[in-house]
Structures are given as structure tokens and as C-alpha cells.
Design a protein around this ligand. Sequence first.
Ligand code: NAP
Length: 299
Amino acid sequence: MNDASPPANGRIIDGRAFAAGLRRRIADQVRTLQAKHGVTPGLAVVLVGDNPASRVYVKNKGEQTKESGMASFEHKLPAAAGQAELLALVDRLNTDPAVNGILVQLPLPRQIDPQAVIDAIDPAKDVDGFHVVNAGRLATGGQGLVPCTPLGCLLLLKDRLGDLTGRRAIVVGRSNIVGKPMAQLLLNENCTVTIAHSRTRDLAAECRRAEIVVAAVGKPEMVRGDWIAPGATVIDVGINRVDAGNGKTRLVGDVAYAEAVRHAGAITPVPGGVGPMTIACLLQNTLTAACRQRGIVLP
Ligand code: NAP
């Protein structure tokens, strides 16, 4: 335990409040865009099948899109839809001027290759930031669209720590949607970045060296409290549903929160940390895409 740390409450990064503030700023900018340029950004979300979790995500995305003043277009295809049908829809959305952002909700049914679908989205409308062109731009320091969850993590980190230059950061996890783009973003902020994964030797020791720990593993409470250096900032991306007894379940992150909060200088809870930032950053990306597509620079 670090005696110099602020009290526990001050250490908790409130992602819900930060995301609400970001959504308000986005809504203000949407109003400015409409008033000055007559443009209403539009986000198309495509859901294939009826995965219950995906249905909830798509519903939330639609509601928050409308609340921010943007246009929301929902497209639902049956679980048996073929790849050609989905690609034809993506094609139509690519050329629809009312649609500035396209998101195809993952996972997709087995008969559809997700990579083929991501590849088919116009990179300028790829608000998930998964297209290889956007991944390449992030890696080479170009101007692209950045995956929403790591972008949300970065905003929380910068809000808490300010300039990140020179900070030692570790990202645990190397997926294309979280770990790798997170590491690139931190590198672009001049952090010294370690990327850890399932083959990393002595992960605990690697984490203890870091001033910033981002956990994106998908393993409930894997990162223990004594892996966290005193005063380090911990961003927990994990969302894991575990048995809570009595036939109920609860959500936990990839970090053992109750232990880590005693060591960390700041930490995101689960739920209420990174999760709410993802949709807020999706709205941010849609606004960014709409402006860039028309060459508009907002103040
Ligand atoms: P993923 O594609 O399954 O990747 C997990 C990564 O963790 C892999 O790189 C894997 O290493 C690494 N890993 C697995 N076991 C490990 C171990 N024992 N030690 C060290 N590294 C290990 O997962 P993801 O899509 O990145 O998601 C990660 C977590 O974030 C999940 O809990 C997911 O639900 C959550 N998530 C949350 C949001 C949000 O909005 N908050 C968004 C996306 C994801 P290898 O590469 O070596 O296999």
C-alpha cells in the first residue's frame, strides 16, 4: 500500500461520468455542425442474427446516437444471412451520403468471414477503426479512425495524468481490437510501451515495472494487487461475467480490483470504468468521420 496515495474514492476513475461529459461535448458539436453547415452525422449499425449481448449493444448505440443529435440507422439481418447479402448492404452504406459511419456488430455468424466484411467497409466510414488502412495509419502516425475502446482508455489516462511522455506503460493483451491499438496509442503519446501476452515470462514482474497498466485479457481478476506498483494508474478493459452464488452472476474485470485499489494511484472499476467510454468514442469517431468526409474543421 502506498501511503502517499490519495484516499480510495479519489483513486477511482469514473468512466461513466467522463463518458457522459464527452457525450455532452459531442452533442454540442453536432448542434454547431448542423447550424453552421447543415450537416447531421449518421451512424449505421448492422446486426446479423440475435445474439442477446449484441442486441443490447446495438440498442444502446442507437439510443446514444440519437441522444447526441446524430442520425441512427439500424439494419438487422437474419442469423442465416449469407456473406454476399451482408457485403451488398455494406456496399450500399459505403455510397449512402447520409451515412458517415458504419459499424458491423461482431461476432458474426459462422458462415460469414468477419475480416472480409471489415475489409469491405470504406476506411473513411470505418468508425470501429478495424480496417487495415486505419490500423496502418495508427501504426505509422497518420490520420485515421482509432478503435473505440483503446481510444476511450487513452482519454481516461490523459484526463488523469496529463502528458504521458516518458511514462512506462504495459498493455496486457495483444488483440487487434484492444491490445495492439492501445499500445500504438501509448507509443504515439511517447510512453515506453511493453506489450504482454499469454507467452510473456513473469508477467507479474513486467507489470510491477509499469506506471500505467492496461489489462485487456479476458481472464477474470488475473492481474493481482501485488503486481501493481505503488501509485500506478490501472485501466481495466476486461468484462467478465462470473458466478456470484445464489444462481446469480456479476461482472468483474481482468484486474483483482479490491486488491489493486490499495496499490494503485488511480484505477477504473468494472463496471463503470472503460465500458461507458466505448460508445462515447464511437459517437466521437462518427462526428470526426462526418467532418473529415466534408472537409469541415470544427472549433
Ligand atoms: P482477446 O482477443 O481474447 O485477446 C486476449 C489477449 O489476452 C490475447 O492477446 C492473449 O494473448 C492475452 N492473454 C490471454 N491469457 C493471458 C495470460 N494468461 N497472460 C497474459 N496474456 C494473456 O480479447 P480482447 O477482445 O482484446 O478483449 C479483452 C477483454 O476486454 C475481454 O474481457 C473483453 O470482454 C474486454 N473488452 C471490453 C470492451 C469494453 O468496451 N470495455 C471492449 C472490447 C473488449 P495471446 O495473444 O498470446 O493469445
